[in-house]
Ligand binder design. Structure first.
Ligand SMILES: Cc1cc2nc3c(=O)[nH]c(=O)nc-3n(C[C@H](O)[C@H](O)[C@H](O)COP(=O)(O)OP(=O)(O)OC[C@H]3O[C@@H](n4cnc5c(N)ncnc54)[C@H](O)[C@@H]3O)c2cc1C
Length: 265
């Protein structure tokens, strides 16, 4: 079995700041991490590898520093990394990003499962996984909270606010992981030493625009069908009030009176 896991390097969200004049993210000095849902996708792929044997290839599209998430994946147990990086890819929206990542996946070839996270904590659209599935023309199951390999098929549990759905999926298939899927492992010391040394470097291939079968008019800022009109952090203007009272009943009465004064009940 061959599993490809898509990992996005994202800024640590607690640290995200926006340049109020340009509306762009301030990335300087902001620590980067592997997108949390992607770590769950990676962990599940590693579990399948541990239980059934599989070749696991981690893929990330981004600037050269995105290699760090691939090294982290190697340290956790991935066999190989592919960094998709080229100036021509800059400014890509989700459509163009998925176009480029699916071209890379097609170049890697012979995959059984493509694993993505449900959503990236910076872009937050949850579009890239489903778009990759469409471009590759493979079925998809999103919001996955459990996967079992059953012969040449998968039993996949999809979690929604209304309940759980159990699907039987044939491969190749694209799955998007949610945090309920598992608890990602910590890499072993040996894995860390190898991944961040020469061995790790040798295991990472870099794909640029000339390596991929993509139409240059469909990628980058110019090839993106959507554009960001404005980015801003919403101003928080919530005012909290602690309701005092001798008993719960007194407090409840006060709350009801206040809500009634505001015509809310
Ligand atoms: C007009 C426009 C211009 C943009 N310009 C830039 C820019 O210049 N620089 C920039 O950094 N961003 C830019 N973006 C944002 C960029 O398009 C998104 O970050 C990217 O498409 C991923 O979307 P998302 O974050 O919503 O991911 P989601 O759709 O929420 O991610 C779902 C899953 O897809 C996979 N995935 C997503 N992105 C990647 C990736 N890069 N590598 C591997 N796996 C991935 C992961 O498994 C992830 O969990 C731009 C967006 C628009 C609309």
């Amino acid at each position: 079995m061959r599993i490809i896991v898509c990992l996005k390097q994202v800024p640590d969200t607690n640290e995200v700041r926006i340049n109020q004049e340009t509306g762009t993210l301030i990335r300087d000095g902001v620590p980067s991490i592997m997108n949390p849902d992607d770590k769950n996708a990676l962990e599940e792929a590693l579990k399948i590898k541990d239980e059934c044997g599989a070749e696991l290839i981690a893929v990330s599209m981004g600037p050269p520093q995105a290699k760090d998430v691939l090294k982290e994946a190697l340290a956790m147990g991935a066999d190989e990394g592919v960094l998709i990086s080229d100036r021509a890819f800059g400014g890509s929206d989700t459509w163009a990003t998925a176009t480029i990542i699916s071209a890379a996946i097609e170049k890697i070839g012979n995959y059984d499962i493509v694993f993505c996270g449900r959503q990236a904590i910076d872009g937050d659209t949850a579009q890239v996984g489903p778009e990759i599935a469409e471009f590759l023309n493979v079925p998809q199951v999103t919001y996955v909270k459990d996967v079992k390999v059953k012969g040449d098929k998968l039993e996949v549990v999809r979690y929604t606010e209304y309940g759980e759905y159990v699907f039987e999926a044939s491969t190749p298939v694209l799955l998007t992981a949610i945090k309920e899927l598992n608890n990602p492992r910590y890499p072993a010391i040996k894995g860390i030493i190898e991944a961040y040394g020469d061995k790790g470097e040798e295991k990472i291939r870099v794909f640029g625009i000339n390596d991929l079968n993509v139409d240059p008019t469909q990628i980058g800022l110019k090839g993106s069908p959507t554009n960001v009109y404005k980015s801003f952090v919403p101003v928080k203007n919530k005012v909290s009030e602690i309701i005092e009272g001798k008993s719960s009943k007194d407090k409840a009465i006060t709350i009801v009176m206040k809500l009634s004064e505001l015509n809310l009940i």
